[in-house]
Write a protein that binds this ligand. Structure first.
Ligand SMILES: Nc1ncnc2c1ncn2[C@@H]1O[C@H](COP(=O)(O)OP(=O)(O)OP(=O)(O)O)[C@@H](O)[C@H]1O
Ligand SMILES: [Mg+2]
Length: 579
């Protein structure tokens, strides 16, 4: 995290130097009107004689105000630029971090939490940067320049007037602890509410199907009420803070007026000096009023910083670790030797003593009961979870020795979940890679039996899926995902239960196309339907994480075990549908 801050800072430090420089001059210009006003007041004693002098000062007054205005606009623009730049780079870094984090870690972070990192935490840090650059820098310059100018009028008067400001700072430090506590609470409730909104919108179909809207709403109202109460307590402490500052400033003015007028009566200072002095106090008002806001903003940003720092220290996948870093070196032989696996942090064994051998050019069918570990096994082939050495070999290489990006690009894995991005069908197939022509995408949709459906859509492969586009049926979604297999040129192709939503005719034609595609390649077809796996060179049956049968379709039917049971069940189902 520190590194990313330093790298962003290196890119904008020149702008920051300019900001500090412009604010410094701006503050100096702001002290001029009080000084000039004081001089004008003193010249009023003899207006006739000092007429020209007074006009000269009025001119200075107007022109310094105009210059101050321009300076203010310039540094404000620069601060906006720097903080937006910072926000952009921080979000880029954060997103990159999430994408590169190990799967077992990222899966344990809730969506609402991830959203609040992007929306709330980055914004808190940006807001603090804005405040420290604008208000913080001005405060420091005002303290130096205005105190110096005030001291030149009368040192004792300056010290007496400054006392309440010191008291204000003390009160701020005490109150900020409470602000901090209540803010932490409100942040927690905010995350909680965001997670709830996210989950509820994800599950909106289920909620509607079970008429659960009212119950969901009641729960939301309750959570929102808690958030409101915690936000109110943040507001109370903040108001308390600003009120105490106002009271302290009342004291400042009081001391300046009482003690200052005595000095005027004693002829220690002129009336003009007195007027200028009151003007300088005014200069202090705003920055001191900002002080608690800067401090509370600092506290919020600090909490956000630590939260983001945690994300930045999550364990990353090293894509470039592995001696084998050329795709050509990975051919299609797959060997799995006595593999056992349980998910990190989970004691239940998901895979037990799995041994499989697939020669390049062969197709392996995998069939099994629900939750038996089929998808887990495929995830391990892609090294989505850590596995010990000497367990899985691809192209005669231990997969732990293969560069991760090369390993994953050698395998075309058509996943079981129907997740599609809310973008065009083309981007969903190419997965945002620009190196494919439209004709290649169209060929892939032809092979995946999607082209007829596309012909009925006005924008074809440029149809946007989701929110503003159309909602695809389960079968259409599966075929969009299957198109990826026909687009990618990989030696190994895996279909993980991707035909479940297809009708028999489409499935038959698709399987024929897949047969052509995987000629000479290694293919794994996972399915719960015998019809999808029966033509494979070899079939394995998995039950509760163990391989319970191995063989060809014919051999397995003769075995009269689980495979045969599936076959009988599915045949009788088909018959009853036909009847
Ligand atoms: N990320 C995970 N963390 C912990 N356990 C998991 C995780 N993913 C899956 N499991 C568990 O591992 C077991 C195997 O799941 P897996 O998804 O591999 O089964 P499957 O054979 O593909 O099932 P299906 O036929 O439903 O697709 C299940 O008991 C599941 O609950
Ligand atoms: Mg599965």
């Amino acid at each position: 995290m520190k590194e990313i801050f330093i790298s962003i800072f290196k890119k904008v430090y020149i702008q920051i130097i300019f900001i500090i420089f412009f604010i410094g001059i701006n503050v100096y210009f702001l002290t001029i009107p009080s000084k000039v006003l004081g001089k004008i007041v003193d010249l009023f004693y003899n207006i006739q004689e000092n007429k020209i002098q007074i006009y000269k000062y009025i001119f200075i007054l107007v022109s310094t105000s105009v210059v101050a205005l321009f300076l203010r606009a310039t540094w404000k623009y620069l601060i906006g630029y720097v903080t937006r730049f910072f926000e952009r780079d921080l979000k880029n870094g954060l997103f990159h971090r999430f994408l590169m984090t190990k799967l077992d870690i990222i899966q344990n972070i809730k969506n609402g939490e991830i959203m609040s990192y992007f929306v709330k935490d980055v914004a808190e840090i940006r807001r603090f940067l804005y405040k420290i650059l604008s208000a913080g820098t001005r405060l420091i310059f005002i303290l130096i320049i205005a105190t110096y100018t005030m001291k030149n009028i009368d040192l004792k008067l300056t010290i007496a007037t400054m006392c309440p400001i010191i008291i204000t700072a003390y009160i701020t430090i005490i109150l900020k602890k409470y602000v901090e506590k209540s803010f932490k609470k409100s942040q927690r409730y905010f995350t909680n509410l965001s997670e709830y909104v996210q989950e509820s919108t994800d599950a909106i179909r289920t909620t509607k199907a079970y008429s659960g809207e009212i119950n969901q709403l009641k729960k939301f109202i309750k959570k929102n009420k808690i958030l409101k109460l915690s936000n109110i307590s943040v507001d109370i402490y903040s108001t308390l803070l600003s009120t105490s500052i106002n009271i302290c400033f009342g004291f400042c003015y009081g001391i300046a007026i009482i003690y200052g007028s005595r000095l005027v009566l004693n002829n220690s200072i002129t009336i003009g000096d007195f007027v200028a002095f009151i003007g300088y106090i005014d200069l202090f008002y705003k920055p001191v009023e900002w002080l608690p806001r800067i401090i509370s903003s600092f506290k919020r940003a600090q909490i956000s910083y630590y939260r983001l720092d945690k994300v930045f220290s999550l364990e990353q996948e090293n894509l470039k670790l592995g001696k084998i870093d050329k795709k050509e070196e990975i051919h299609g032989d797959i060997l799995i030797k006595n593999l056992n696996f349980n998910y990190p942090g989970n004691i239940d064994q998901v895979l037990e003593n799995i041994s499989i051998e697939i020669k390049e050019g062969q197709t392996l069918g995998i069939i099994g009961t629900i939750g038996s570990g089929k998808t887990t096994l495929m995830n391990l082939l892609l090294r989505l979870y850590p596995i010990p050495d000497d367990k899985i070999y691809i192209g005669n290489q231990d997969i732990n020795n293969i560069d991760l990006s090369i390993l994953r690009s050698s395998i075309s894995y058509i996943t079981q979940d129907n997740f599609l991005f809310s973008t065009t069908i083309k981007e969903n197939i190419s997965l945002f890679k620009d190196d494919f022509q439209d004709s290649e995408i169209l060929d892939s949709t032809e092979n995946s039996m999607l082209s007829n459906d596309l012909n009925n859509m006005k924008n074809g492969i440029y149809t946007v899926i989701g929110e503003r586009g159309i909602d695809l049926s389960g079968g259409q979604k599966q075929r969009v995902i299957i198109s990826r297999a026909f687009l990618n040129k990989s030696n190994i192709v895996i279909f993980d239960d991707t035909f479940s939503a297809l009708d028999n005719r489409t499935e038959k034609s698709l399987l024929a196309n897949i047969k052509k595609l995987v000629k000479g390649k290694t293919c794994i077809i996972i399915s719960n339907r015998i019809s999808d796996v029966k033509d494979s060179d070899n079939i394995i049956v998995i039950d509760a994480g163990k391989i319970v049968e191995k063989g060809t379709h014919k051999e397995l039917l003769q075995n009269n075990k689980l495979y045969n049971k599936f076959y009988m069940q599915q045949s009788s189902q088909e018959e009853s549908i036909l009847m």
